[in-house]
Design a protein. Sequence first.
Length: 81
Amino acid sequence: MRSPEEYARGHVEATRSAPGGNSSSRTDFYVGTRNARIVLFDDNGVRATMTAHWLLQLGWDQVYVLADALAGETLVPGPSP
């Protein structure tokens, strides 16, 4: 849920950058399976919560926000795959 620049400065390994507006309008690009479980997180939970709300409004019923996802994590730099 962070910007691509924030992601490049440091992210949890094996995660992918999906800026909020893009992830809700481009689920076909970010979510590979219909009715998939979607787990969102960001540095403070605000953007993830807003995007989760949008996705729920669009009919996705398994959308979750992972609280404190970056706490204690070692962040790795680099662009999104």
